[in-house]
Ligand binder design. Structure first.
Ligand code: ZN
Length: 322
């Protein structure tokens, strides 16, 4: 029989050892707070991607719809888009902390849509060395939409978000900018109006990886919120780029951008051709929407949510062209 007094010295030694071990364990504050890290996959050295699901953005089933990435350098981390709610942003932060203890020095937004920017606040450290970077036109465009986004999020069952849940860029890109994470450089490129008027791509030179934002949709029907003709022009430029792999805004990572972008190009070209023909034939917009209600949508998800809206946008754009 072992008496309790015999255990006491061992128990106290054990306590000391345990305490020492705990001190040596890496601290993961997000886990301690019970935040489940977003699942991510390392698609190339130091490049981690979380793939969103194909839903329309909303606080109900639609917070986690956009793809999100982060790139770990020798000095610090760059985040590319932050998800559709502060909760997704917090889960992204936990995913980063699982991989590295380096700070997030850049938060890059590929455009102003809420499924890509509403997680920003969770990544904000207040450190003056941290920058939020976006296309020069993101700020004004997001500012115009933010009240609607916050209202929609609340209406769909989400928390009432304070206006400061929307975090604006502290640094902007007008054409091209390079940022340095220590041992790797990223090229940020601002594009003419396409999916939106503030599309930005991120290219990692070391691995040849391009984050396209929503300039590339795969599986999820492309959504026109900028200019249809401009987007088709940008697609032509994207196809000419020499990249090893691309991370779309929605859909799976691809090692063949040129092929992967063809379905989107086909859909947008079809909308352009058919809507232009309807306008030339004098078909009013309501009848055009009915006649083209399924045109070009085969094989795409979320056509019910977005196709009519695309036709409307295309009609408005093309109605006054020469
Ligand atoms: Zn978008």
């Amino acid at each position: 029989m072992v008496t309790s007094s015999a255990l006491r010295p061992q128990a106290s030694l054990l306590t000391v050892l345990l305490g020492a071990c705990l001190l040596l364990l890496p601290v993961t504050p997000a886990r301690a707070a019970g935040v489940e890290p977003l699942p991510t996959r390392e698609i190339a050295r130091g490049i981690h991607v979380h793939q969103g699901s194909h839903h329309a953005w909303s606080a109900h089933d639609g917070e986690d719809v956009a793809n999100i990435g982060f790139i770990v350098g020798a000095r610090c981390v760059a985040v590319i888009d932050t998800g559709g709610s502060p909760a997704i942003g917090a889960r992204l932060k936990a995913a980063i902390e699982r991989v590295t203890t380096l700070p997030v020095c850049y938060v890059i937004n590929t455009h102003m849509h809420p499924d890509h920017v509403l997680g920003n606040a969770a990544l904000k450290t207040g450190d003056p060395g941290q920058a939020f970077i976006a296309h020069v036109r993101l700020g004004p465009s997001l500012s115009a939409r933010a009240p609607y986004y916050l209202e929609a999020f609340h209406r769909d069952g989400g928390a009432a978000l304070a206006p400061d849940a929307v975090v604006y860029p502290t640094q902007t890109v007008t054409e091209r900018t390079f940022i340095d994470l220590g041992d790797r450089k990223l090229e940020l490129r601002a594009w003419p109006t396409a999916h939106t008027d503030n599309d930005l791509t991120v290219f990692d030179q070391e691995t040849g990886t391009l984050f396209t934002g929503d300039l590339l949709f795969m599986g999820h029907l492309p959504v026109i919120d900028g200019q249809l003709r401009g987007w088709l022009h940008v697609i032509g430029e994207l196809k000419a780029l020499d990249v090893k792999r691309a991370v779309p805004g929605h859909g799976t990572v691809t090692d063949d951008l040129r092929q992967a972008i063809v379905p989107e190009e086909t859909y947008l070209s079809t909308v352009l051709r058919e809507v232009r023909a309807a306008i030339k034939a004098g078909v009013p917009i309501a009848r055009t929407l009915d006649q083209l209600s399924a045109t070009g949508t085969a094989g795409w998800q979320l056509a019910d949510e977005f196709h009519r809206r695309n036709l409307t946008a295309a009609y408005a754009e093309l109605e006054w062209e020469d």
